[in-house]
Design a binder for this molecule. Structure first.
Ligand SMILES: *Cc1c(COP(=O)(O)O)cnc(C)c1O
Length: 405
């Protein structure tokens, strides 16, 4: 049997049969190099070319070989989780100019655990009381700007705090009281809020309140990894599985040692609120390898490669009547060049939603950012694997031409 036929046969087998009796004789006929098991195919899971971005619903990012090597080698030996966290945390802290760091189950968990650390300090009784703060003596409120409230602040409330949203400096100062635990800042929305980084930090100092900044998707530029620690934020949280391409289930909490040490008390392997957000040694070391790789990347070269891909795709479609192409670079989060394609609906009879759906249903399936505005979509370049820009260009061209009147 040819490899293709075997795979076809395997994919037709009922699932339970495939893993037990029927699969065995088939695989025995082959050497291990003949067939690499494709679980996506076997289970009927749609895979796609990602020309969108590091979206959590799209499984985030693909882990490069450096990261997979770290994960594979970590999987072969036992170690104490605390020991792994401690050694990796010290390295990450050094690389990012922080006093201390820990690997968390995504940026969301870093938000929650950092918040818990601020509330409890090193008091283990308090650790066992979070998130039920009433009557414990712990503080209960976090202040943020209204425009910074996009849903990620919900992670903080998992530690039991209430969110107090303000717009002006005067409102912020009036909102501060003996229950205020922290001032929280969402870097991505810095352009929308009235109060910027320096003033936020200055207010934290003035009222002796810790500050936390969420920079989840805000690398590149790589300097952002240390910029906010250098600036003086007490805690900085970031995702590991976005542009850094670590495990999708990883993130980093870093900053002042007293808060990171306290956050560790609420985390796995102890029984605090972080117990259900376990990161295993493979993820912790995978995150470390991803960070190391990312810091050492030739970022200029990466940027040039993305621009070349944009130029290639744009070159294939811009002469189609009614089509306009341009480069769009989001200013803070996902700060990387994307290709924006816009069309005249009188010349091309297609809505943005239809375009997204046709690319999705095509062969191969392609995902683009098709939900932002009418008659337009964007393509992210940093998530494309080598050569995929050719397939993306030809699929887009095909659909634009098909809908041309
Ligand atoms: C993605 C994101 C998060 C959550 O990060 P995970 O790593 O998916 O847990 C938090 N905040 C912001 C601003 C994000 O973009």
């Amino acid at each position: 049997m040819k490899r293709r036929e075997i795979l076809k046969t395997l994919s037709l087998l009922p699932l339970s049969g495939a893993v037990t009796a029927s699969a065995a004789p088939l695989t025995n006929m082959l050497t291990s190099t003949d067939v690499k098991r494709d679980l996506f195919k076997e289970l009927g899971i749609r895979t796609f070319i990602n020309a969108a971005g590091n979206y959590t619903v799209m499984s985030g990012s693909l882990m490069p070989p450096d990261v997979m090597d770290a994960i594979n080698s970590a999987s072969k030996k036992f170690a104490l989780v605390d020991d792994v966290q401690e050694k990796v945390g010290a390295k990450i802290a050094e690389m990012c100019h922080a006093e201390a760091a820990m690997v968390t189950a995504g940026c969301w968990s870093a938000l929650m655990l950092g918040m818990a650390g601020v509330l409890t300090g090193m008091d283990t009784k308090r650790v066992s009381q979070v998130p039920n703060l009433a009557g414990t003596g712990m503080k209960t409120e976090v202040i943020l700007q209204k425009s910074h409230s996009l849903g990620y602040d919900h992670a903080l409330t998992q530690a039991g705090v209430k969110l107090i949203k303000v717009e002006t400096r005067a409102e912020l100062e009036a909102a501060i009281n003996e229950n205020t635990a922290m001032l929280w800042f969402l870097n991505r929305e810095v352009h929308k809020g009235q109060i910027k980084h320096q003033e936020w930090l200055e207010l934290g100092k003035k009222y002796n309140l810790p500050t936390m900044i969420d920079i989840a998707a805000d690398v590149p530029p790589v300097e952002n990894l240390w910029k906010f620690n250098d600036m003086g934020f007490d805690l900085v949280v970031i995702s590991g599985g976005k542009a850094m391409r670590g495990p999708q289930s990883s993130g980093i909490l870093m900053g002042k040692k007293k808060y990171v040490s306290a956050a560790l008390l609420s985390n796995n392997p102890r029984g605090g609120i972080g117990r259900g957000q376990k990161v295993n040694k493979e993820e912790i070391l995978g995150m470390y390898a991803a960070l190391h790789r990312f810091i050492n990347l030739d970022h200029k070269k990466e940027w040039q490669m993305w621009e070349n891909k944009i130029a290639f795709i744009a070159g294939q479609i811009k002469s189609i009547p009614g089509v306009k192409t341009e480069t769009h670079i989001p200013p803070t989060d996902n700060n990387m060049p994307t290709l924006k394609v816009t069309w005249d609906p009188a010349k091309i009879k297609l809505t943005n939603t239809e375009m997204g759906e046709r690319l999705r249903q095509g062969n191969p399936s392609v995902e683009v950012i098709s939900w932002e505005a009418p008659n337009t979509f964007r393509c992210g370049m940093h998530v494309l694997e080598a050569g995929e820009e050719r397939i993306v260009a030809s699929r887009i061209k095909e659909e634009l031409l098909k809908a041309s009147v």
